[in-house]
Design a protein around this ligand. Structure first.
Ligand SMILES: [Mg+2]
Length: 252
């Protein structure tokens, strides 16, 4: 058995750690943009204003992506604040489409509401709810995400007394500050905490540098030996077995 100092806290990345993100992201992206195109066309028609080309024809999805990338370059501090980038890009394009500033603001904000509704239709892996319920009896838990899922809007949010949105604090991972913020809120030193995440660059490296233990969720078969204090798992469901191997408390 590998012995480590008794762990007191576990921090979790969200996207692609507690659920698969790709499907929901594609559905969210096309869903809210299509909604905006349809609703805006109807609104313009009802006001006797032609909507040809429609907003989506004038600005296809790729144009929206390019606009967000350009905004991220122009506002480097905001580069990880995806909600801000999206709303700002929509507002700019709606203005260029011909809407007055107040209408552009209104429609951008309505589209973002639709975006957030679709974005939260994530489906955590079935093992996650019982896993978190068990772990929360022995450890303090926090979430640290670069994405724009507000974990408290999900049923499993109740297991996270601390939820850090790194992009909105203008310090997206691999910046160490969201990790330090989570640990400070929990009142636990890095050496007594384990971080669980799927990204080598954004989860494993920064957490390890701070002295945390790390569970790296990487389903790709990789037999290369891991550096000390980094443990590769195929799936988050393997976390209890890892804790057992480390001589830590395991939920019953
Ligand atoms: Mg992730």
């Amino acid at each position: 058995m590998l012995r480590t100092a008794p762990l007191q806290a576990i921090t979790f990345d969200l996207d692609d750690t507690l659920w698969d993100n790709h499907g929901v992201m594609v559905a969210t992206e096309t869903g809210h943009y299509g909604w905006l195109d349809r609703e805006l066309t109807g609104w313009l028609n009802a006001r006797g204003q032609p909507a040809s080309p429609s907003f989506g024809e004038r600005f296809p999805l790729e144009a929206f992506e390019q606009r967000r990338r350009a905004l991220a370059r122009a506002h480097p501090l905001r580069r990880g604040d995806f909600t801000w980038l999206r709303e700002r890009a929509l507002r700019e394009m709606l203005g260029e489409y011909g809407l007055d500033p107040a209408s552009a603001r209104l429609w951008a904000s309505a589209a973002m509401e639709r975006f957030m509704e679709l974005r939260h239709r994530v489906e955590p892996h079935p093992e996650v709810e019982p896993l978190l319920a068990g772990l929360s009896r022995n450890y303090r838990l926090a979430s640290i995400t670069n994405g724009n899922v507000e974990v408290q809007r999900l049923p499993l949010g109740r297991h996270f007394p601390v939820a850090i949105a790194a992009g909105e604090m203008l310090a997206p991972k691999p910046d160490p500050r969201p990790f330090l913020a989570a640990l400070a809120h929990l009142g636990i030193p890095p050496g007594r905490a384990l971080h669980v995440g799927d990204s080598w660059r954004e989860d494993v490296e920064p957490a390890r540098r701070l002295g945390m233990q790390v569970a790296w969720i990487s389903p790709h078969v990789d037999t290369s030996p891991m550096p000390p204090h980094i443990y590769r798992l195929d799936h988050v469901r393997e976390l209890p077995a890892l804790l057992r191997r480390l001589g830590q408390k395991v939920p019953q």
